[in-house]
Design a protein around this ligand. Structure first.
Ligand code: NAP
Ligand code: MG
Length: 402
């Protein structure tokens, strides 16, 4: 059997630490033997980001705009300790932040469901996808500690110098204030990303905020979503038999708990931060969460939701055996290959992605898994495999399927 051919390159963003080790194993065992892999390679490993003054991150994002599909390995976001460890010229920004800003994208996170890794919420049967707005609110807020009695106001000065004021509070003692903002254009992009992704994955989408309390701020989010939906998406949704609805955030939380899953939950920035951690732990494991960045004009960047698994990497460097879960990274590849196949009308590539996902799930369901899953599975008599043997077990299943 000949290898599968690819017409358009996939943007490949390599990364750091244990996930970089898994990246190579996945390519060597699960991809290169079967596909004539056509990628444009960008090394986003911290060493190369530092050597290129982070230019490589920007270039990889521009390449994603050009080709439309990327797959990314987890990368280190430098902190003080990494400055010394990697002898960095600067504390380079998070690559994910840079790429997200260039693509103006929204991140969608969804768990991979397998039998034997049961969600804490027993009625959840299908994945719940969280869409998190990635701009503004409390993440770009200005704050002040109020030392004592006095008046605090919001002041907007327009370009001609005209001021509009809104009283925040008249303090009679110490306190705190916070001023936050968002931009209509960013909310509009967020709404379009969400509706496009709902259409793309044929899933109903909910959006929730607290517009009953926040009558201008949150209400603007609600209004923008509704306007864009009615004008640009309603007909398409009707055709596909999917729905969009808005509800209050507290109602959404209650409904999510009672739901069967199988929908997208669009969240404002802070809600998305909190709820995605809640969902990933309730679904079982961070190592089973996928993540895809989608731009409003339909560019896709696939990755695992977890980080570089630093603790395992130090064990690996010390020559110890590791049992690191590669499932979310494998699914980043299959997501990207399937999307590349869809855009290029390459059926073989899409079928390969399906088969690799199935081989991965079958491996776990037949009782072979990494340690993190073995600790939480409801299956009995499981075999705990090391990082490499788990990937080899998947390969054996994949070869049977091909
Ligand atoms: P992490 O890499 O997600 O790992 C945290 C812990 O979760 C691990 O120590 C491990 O627990 C468990 N874990 C995560 N993924 C796993 C997997 N695939 N298999 C098995 N266990 C897994 O988070 P972190 O240690 O806080 O961050 C490490 C680096 O990753 C940081 O430099 C951070 O900047 C970066 N990061 C990058 C991204 C990204 O690129 N998208 C996202 C988050 C963090 P045990 O040690 O208990 O086994
Ligand atoms: Mg968080």
């Amino acid at each position: 059997m000949g290898k599968i051919q690819m017409t358009t390159p996939l943007v490949e963003m390599d990364g750091d630490e244990m996930t970089r080790v898994l990246w190579k194993m996945i390519k060597d065992e699960l991809l290169l033997p079967f596909i004539n892999l056509n990628t444009e390679y960008y090394d986003l490993g911290l060493k190369n980001r530092n050597e290129t003054d982070d230019k490589v991150t920007f270039d990889s994002a521009y390449a994603t705009q050009k080709y439309g599909v990327a797959v990314k390995c987890a990368t280190i976001t430098p902190n003080a300790a990494r400055m010394t460890e990697y002898d960095l010229k600067e504390m380079w920004k998070s690559p994910n932040g840079t790429i997200r800003a260039i693509l103006d994208g929204t991140v969608f996170r969804a768990p991979i469901i397998v039998k034997g890794i049961e969600p804490c919420v027993k009625n959840w049967k299908a994945p719940i996808t969280i869409a998190r707005h990635a701009y503004g609110d409390v993440y770009k807020a200005s704050e002040m500690k109020i030392p004592g009695a006095g008046k605090a106001e919001l002041v907007y000065t327009d370009e001609k110098g005209f001021e509009t004021r809104e009283l925040i509070h008249v303090f009679d003692g110490p306190g705190i204030i916070q001023g936050m903002h968002n931009i209509n254009k960013s909310i509009e992009s967020f709404a379009r990303c969400c509706f496009n992704y709902a259409v793309d994955t044929k899933q109903t989408i909910w959006f929730a905020s607290k517009d009953t309390i926040s009558k201008k701020y949150d209400h603007t989010f609600k209004d923008i979503f509704q306007e864009i939906f009615d004008e640009e998406y309603k007909a398409k949704f009707d055709e596909l038999g999917i729905e969009y609805f808005y509800t209050l955030i507290d109602d959404a939380v209650a409904r999510v708990m009672k739901s069967k899953g199988g929908f997208i939950w669009a969240c404002k920035n802070y809600d998305g931060d909190v709820m995605s951690d809640m969902l990933s732990s309730a679904f079982g494991s961070l190592a089973m969460m996928t993540s895809v960045l989608v731009s409003p004009d339909g560019k896709y960047e696939y990755e695992a939701a977890h980080g570089t698994v630093q603790r395992h990497y130090y064990k690996y460097l010390a020559g110890e055996e590791t049992s690191t879960n590669s499932v979310a990274t494998i699914f980043a590849w299959t997501g990207a290959l399937r999307k590349r196949g869809e855009l290029d009308e390459n059926d073989e590539l899409m079928t390969f992605a399906d088969k690799l996902e199935k081989a991965t799930i079958d491996t776990i369901e037949s009782g072979s898994m990494t340690k993190d899953l073995a600790l939480i599975t409801t299956l009995e008599n499981v075999t705990v495999l090391n990082s490499e043997d788990f990937i080899k077990a998947i390969r054996a299943n994949l070869e049977k399927a091909l």
